[in-house]
Design a protein around this ligand. Structure first.
Ligand code: BG6
Length: 499
């Protein structure tokens, strides 16, 4: 007997700015991701800009950087200078390979594929009067191709990119102007893809706003008040999107999306326990608002202490309270450890090490980028969410980046198989022993794509290899890896066969 439901979603997840390419094709406008340069484990990605007086330059405004502002008067833009390479422009060239990729995923057994829509492909400036018909046609063709194989598309409306014009003109989500522009864009998607798409997510990893305000919300100036404004405007836009769907497109389900990893206390010192709880609340604040419909007291008190105000107008809080999301989706790659006893522990890196009091978990293995694999993290995550929200849950990202070696005409990625085995088992235990209502599991980066944090191809996640290097050079030929065959077997048994 199978432990996962018979309609369990199995598949993979992607994002336009890391996968799609075709940035200058089909009438698309640029997004904030399209002016982010490449980087690496040791070199930070930069945002390129120019000033009215012609001065140009770049600033590290992306993940991992403490920088929060472009220079005064600078606006983000693409620069025609060979010293800058923008990985999103070609990415994995899904724009020209979508038929082949979807077929390979279908043969792997996928019944679900997560994509994001590039808002600026539909509305080049973000708030244009009419949408770009060519952009709509591209996505409609992609979703038709999925349906041909019985694959359910899961569509993220905003995955780490904001139309560039809105960032330059309004400081992105800092400004309320983006709320209506986004709802109009969402409505256009609902109308244009009616019958093709049933599941949408509003904002990818909405809680990463604190760590990367430019990447998540297009802020080119991000003091704490700007970040609070952006969070509020995204909450409001998400609720208005749910309202639009529920009132006019009743077959749609709209989910929220959170980046989550359980936070453990390094010692039994109660101060460490409190610290771990506070760190988790920094993340859960976002799901508390989107699933429970209200700002939690711990956040209101924090805002009060810091002199931060919420830019709510009359009626806004009623909308947020009434139109919570239909399900909670999340990414989970591992866990974090915090302590005040830093001197006794090894400093952390990778996923979270740069934050205060984060240390390495001595019980876990880490990959070359410092990301730890935690075989219990999905079970713990699912229980944390279900205890708090009692709602449907969907793991829409989990995976492992690795500097894969292409040899004997393929990649022998046992490390990826081990990772998936441990994580799927953890999730299966949560369903079997804890009764968690889990909608599905989507492996992140099923086809190799540019990493978000580093902006390089070398950190590969895929079960399908793409022949391209860090600079978009290569044949872009697709080749299946060993993990492809393993996942295919796992899916065929509905998660029973993990050998
Ligand atoms: C998630 C993002 O945080 O992690 C993805 O939603 C990202 O966009 C993924 O690619 C893995 O991170 P990275 O930096 O290794 O690509």
């Amino acid at each position: 007997m199978s432990r996962f439901s018979k309609d369990f979603f199995w598949g993979g997840a992607t994002a336009a700015n890391q996968y799609e390419g075709g940035v200058h094709e089909g009438g698309a406008g640029l997004s904030t991701a399209d002016v982010m340069t490449n980087g690496s484990h040791t070199v930070r990605r930069q945002v390129t800009w120019k000033k009215e007086n012609g001065e140009t330059g770049s600033t590290p405004l992306c993940f991992g950087s403490p920088e929060r502002h472009l220079p005064e008067g600078a606006v983000p833009c693409e620069l025609d200078d060979p010293k800058y390479y923008y990985p999103s422009h070609i990415a994995s060239d899904f724009y020209h390979h979508y038929k082949e990729d979807i077929k390979l995923c279908a043969e792997e057994g996928f019944n679900c594929l997560r994509f994001s829509i590039k808002w600026s492909r539909l509305f080049p400036n973000g708030d244009d009067e009419v949408p770009n018909a060519e952009g709509i046609k591209f996505y409609a063709d992609v979703f038709d191709e999925c349906r041909k194989y019985g694959i359910e598309p899961l569509v993220t409306l905003s995955h780490y990119e904001t139309p560039l014009a809105l960032a330059a003109k309004y400081n992105g989500w800092d400004n309320r102007h983006l709320v209506n522009a986004f709802v109009k864009y969402a409505r256009t998607c609902f109308e244009s893809f009616a019958g093709k798409v049933k599941y949408y997510l509003t904002f990818n990893e909405i809680n990463c706003l604190d760590a990367a305000p430019y990447v998540t919300a297009g802020l080119i100036h991000a003091d704490p008040q700007n970040i609070a404004n952006a969070a509020f405007h995204q909450f409001l836009a998400s609720s208005l999107t749910v309202k639009e769907a529920h009132e006019n497109f009743s077959d749609l389900k709209i989910g929220m999306m959170l980046a989550f990893g359980p936070t453990y206390a390094y010692t039994t010192d109660p101060e460490d326990q409190l610290l771990a709880q506070r760190m988790m609340n920094r993340t859960l604040f976002y799901s508390d608002v989107q699933m429970l419909g209200r700002y939690p007291n711990y956040k209101l008190k924090e805002y009060e202490r810091d002199g931060i105000t919420i830019p709510a107008q009359e009626g806004d809080m009623d909308i947020i309270s009434k139109y919570t999301c239909d399900f909670l989706s999340f990414s989970c790659y591992g866990s974090h450890v915090v302590t005040y006893h830093d001197e006794d522990a090894q400093a952390g890196e990778g996923n979270g090490g740069t934050q205060m009091h984060m240390v390495r978990n001595p019980y876990l293995k880490t990959n070359a980028w410092g990301w730890a694999t935690d075989p219990q993290c999905l079970r713990i995550t699912l229980n944390t969410f279900f205890d708090r929200y009692h709602c449907d849950l969907f793991c829409v990202e989990n995976g492992i980046g690795w500097n894969d070696k292409f040899e004997d005409g393929t990649v022998h990625d046992d490390y990826r198989i081990d990772y998936m085995r441990a994580n799927i088992k953890s999730m299966r235990d949560a369903v079997e022993f804890d009764g968690i209502p889990l909608m599905g599991y989507l492996y992140w980066g099923c086809v190799d794509m540019v990493s978000n944090g580093e902006g390089e191809m070398a950190k590969r996640y895929g079960q399908i290899y793409v022949d391209a290097d860090n600079y978009g050079q290569g044949t872009f030929k697709r080749t299946v890896k060993d993990s492809y065959h393993w996942y295919q077997k796992c899916i065929a048994s509905n998660g029973e066969d993990l050998d």
